[in-house]
Ligand binder design. Structure first.
Ligand SMILES: Nc1ncnc2c1ncn2[C@@H]1O[C@H](COP(=O)(O)OP(=O)(O)OP(=O)(O)O)[C@@H](O)[C@H]1O
Length: 501
């Protein structure tokens, strides 16, 4: 549990009712101020990293085939007690020490040795198991011998994850003079072009924005790229990202390039993997396709019709003082629930794709710093984000895709810590939850719920929710009215920032 959040007392139903009454007039104004302040603060940056492979040139030429994904690293006992045993450069060993990495995690033990030998890697391990360092360490180790600009490019599906990967490269490369930059949508193209002209070693990017720079930024090319990493590879290889990925892969070299694919849920579809143009890859798997960690306790709450908000507030009240991420299926639900939580004095912030990038980073910063104990997010926060203080993940809406479930609940119980996930299951979600239980290979136990408390909470929660919906509608109308007046100005700005995704 987060040490930052102070222990609070549970609220009674009457308290919640009178609280809702008392603060109704003031709260929406406060909430507006909160949100405005959140969205003014914070910034996002992008990173990308390039690394080259000297030793690889001494290896046997690799076969241009994907058929050997069966080339599996099957050594079950492969476990190293220290990073020194991996024969890394001293600067990296020291950086691991500085980060309090006392020994390699299982995926690091399994994938770093073949990676150091120059192999392409498919890495599969549970959420929070140290996959980022598993691909960053071999790249940085090679980079130390062969410092060239635009050496490695790491692709990630979300902007926040790209930024986080940059931070890992910067920490691990802190004693090596590594230069990295983050190239993601929603940020200024000109600033990014300037960063690229500084010839970073490592570029961490979201695919769309990287493509924009490859097409439009003079002097920038990845022709000499030595490493390409696809983090959350199954997501990057899916329908949405596939076409842009194909275009990127056409531009960058295949001959001298090493490719790593990492995820907690890897596709086994050969055609998808073929898209990544792997060469004789070694498969390093420390989990099966849909495995959650043992330190995660997963439960569900069966919610009768019309009571979802009440159950959520009940749950927040039960676990007061804990740090939580609440996942919703829609941006509007994320915004609404964040408002509802704040109105009832559970401090929350929203993260979703309708916010601009500064607002997204501002919300994440508030949550990470412990200034908000609840993050209400869409699946934009489902993959990769590493926030150690998260105690509980709540699925307010059950994800349609079982993979999303695995990634969402993996935002807690990371790096050996314990954590809990609770899924709110309505009558409409029964099929979805059965499918999730099937891939998990187990039934999820039900949470005990005090129905009397639910009944006494219901009216006040419904009332508060009504207030929030009214306020959201009012603001939307205002926004539409403002948007009409500003159309000319927005067009100009968009024209200046061509290709923004
Ligand atoms: N060898 C290590 N020893 C201790 N902690 C480590 C080690 N390697 C990584 N970590 C820490 O473990 C946490 C999780 O790592 P990381 O974010 O890379 O997980 P992941 O496997 O990529 O998860 P996800 O699938 O959710 O993206 C991070 O806080 C990281 O600093």
């Amino acid at each position: 549990m987060s040490g930052i959040v102070k222990k609070k007392e549970k609220k009674t139903a009457n308290e919640l009712t009178s609280l809702a009454e008392k603060i109704r007039a003031k709260a929406l104004e406060n909430q507006k101020q909160h949100i405005d302040a959140e969205r003014e603060g914070g910034s996002e940056s992008d990173s990308e990293e390039n690394v080259s492979v000297k030793e690889k040139k001494t290896l046997k030429p690799k076969m241009k085939t994907i058929s050997s994904t069966e080339n599996e690293n099957v050594n079950e006992d492969e476990s190293f007690e220290t990073f020194s045993e991996l024969n890394l450069v001293p600067e990296l060993i020291q950086a691991c020490k500085n980060l309090n990495y006392s020994k390699p995690t299982p995926i690091q033990s399994k994938s770093i040795p073949p990676a150091l030998e120059g192999h392409d890697i498919i890495g599969l391990a549970q959420t929070g198991s140290g996959k980022t360092a598993a691909f960053a360490i071999p790249i940085l180790n090679r980079l130390w011998h062969d410092q060239e600009p635009y050496y490695a490019c790491i692709l990630a599906p979300t902007r926040e994850l790209a930024q986080q990967i940059k931070e890992t490269f910067d920490s691990l490369g802190s004693l090596m003079g590594v230069r990295s930059t983050c190239i993601v949508g929603g940020m200024n193209m000109m600033d990014q072009a300037r960063d690229l002209m500084r010839k970073p070693h490592i570029i961490i990017a979201t695919p769309g924005r990287l493509m924009d720079h490859l097409e439009n930024t003079k002097g920038f090319s990845l022709r000499k790229l030595k490493f390409l990493v696809m983090d959350e590879a199954d997501r990057l290889l899916d329908m949405e990202f596939g076409p842009v990925l194909d275009r990127i892969l056409k531009i960058i070299p295949t001959q001298e390039r090493t490719t790593y694919l990492f995820s907690a849920t890897m596709t086994s579809k050969i055609d998808k993997l073929q898209r990544a143009s792997l060469t004789n890859p070694v498969k390093c798997a420390v989990s099966n396709k849909y495995q959650t960690v043992d330190t995660l306790v997963q439960t569900l709450m069966v919610v009768p019709g019309g009571l979802k908000n009440t159950y959520l507030i009940y749950l927040l009240n039960e676990f007061i003082g804990k740090t939580m991420i609440i996942f919703t299926r829609t941006k509007a639900n994320a915004e609404r629930l964040s408002g509802l939580c704040n109105l009832l004095e559970f401090s929350a912030t929203a993260l979703h794709g309708d916010l601009n990038q500064n607002q997204r980073m501002g919300a994440l910063d508030l949550f990470k710093a412990g200034k908000r104990s609840i993050l209400v997010a869409t699946d934009v926060a489902a993959r990769g984000l590493d926030i150690p203080s998260v105690d509980i993940v709540v699925n307010y809406d059950i994800p349609v895709d079982s993979k999303s479930y695995i990634h969402r609940v993996g935002r807690t119980a990371r790096a050996g810590r314990s954590g809990k996930s609770i899924s709110l299951v309505s009558q409409y979600d029964l099929e979805l939850i059965l499918r999730i239980e099937e891939v998990l290979g187990k039934k999820l136990p039900k949470e005990n719920v005090d129905k009397n408390i639910i009944l006494t909470l219901r009216d006040s929660v419904d009332k508060a929710n009504g207030e929030v919906v009214m306020e959201m509608n009012r603001r939307n109308k205002e926004k539409i009215a403002r948007g009409k007046g500003r159309r000319g100005r927005m067009m100009t700005r968009e024209n200046m920032d061509m290709g923004e995704r």
